[in-house]
Design a protein around this ligand. Sequence first.
Ligand SMILES: CC(C)(COP(=O)(O)OP(=O)(O)OC[C@H]1O[C@@H](n2cnc3c(N)ncnc32)[C@H](O)[C@@H]1OP(=O)(O)O)[C@@H](O)C(=O)NCCC(=O)NCCS
Length: 230
Amino acid sequence: MTGLEYNSTTGEPFLRLPAPFSSFIITPPRMADVARSVEIMNDPFVFKWMGRSTPYSVDLATAWLMKVKAQTDVAVEELRNSTEFGPVSGCPVRHIREELPDGTDVFIGDVGLVRSGWTEVLDAEERVRFVTENNARAAGDPEIAWHIGYYLAPGYNGRGLMTAAVKTIITQFGIPQMNTKYIRSSAFEGNHGSLKVLQKNDFVMVDTLVEHVRVGDEKTTLHLMEWRAS
Ligand SMILES: CC(C)(COP(=O)(O)OP(=O)(O)OC[C@H]1O[C@@H](n2cnc3c(N)ncnc32)[C@H](O)[C@@H]1OP(=O)(O)O)[C@@H](O)C(=O)NCCC(=O)NCCS
């Protein structure tokens, strides 16, 4: 059964993380998150693992948030218009927020469960073919390849938060409302925290692409990880 709830004041959907993380929720992105996302992404601890060679700007963040908000808006609409419990084509929530005692919340990270973009496939034609075929699959198709990606603001690391966020979005929305059976992910060599988050959520390493991804002048090794429903 889905764990999706709705904010009684704003109508915004959200997933709540389980104890001891119950002050953290996952909601749709908001355009007000631009400044904070720039701050988080440019923190050296986060930046080094995100595959960027130039600083993350307000313009890039604005364009990214418009894109992902458009995706979550579609899912929110699908849910609003559905008369019965049925599969939806995408996930309506991805931004992790900490609820504060005064009733406000603060954006602290991202956990996106989206259709795979096969970004590790270097041949552009092949990549477009995979993406087009996958995006054409109807809501609930068990063959859809999903992708999960995430980051957390420094200061929130190392307490099990992302392990819980990944588990929550898969078990409380992906499986019950998108019929998710197959998820792909990846992490750069040396990103022990990210690999551990995936392994603790039953992902297994299926390939290691040596010096595969160009980041600035360097080529980085990428571990490919997969989760399949048992
Ligand atoms: C990777 C990241 C999301 C992990 O989030 P987190 O909430 O700190 O992870 P968790 O606390 O759930 O940790 C899961 C496991 O990884 C371990 N771990 C976390 N960070 C680690 C690190 N930097 N080095 C080694 N192990 C680490 C934890 O100890 C835990 O293992 P344990 O349960 O055996 O103790 C976070 O560090 C981050 O945002 N990093 C920068 C961005 C990034 O790398 N994004 C992913 C790109 S693929």
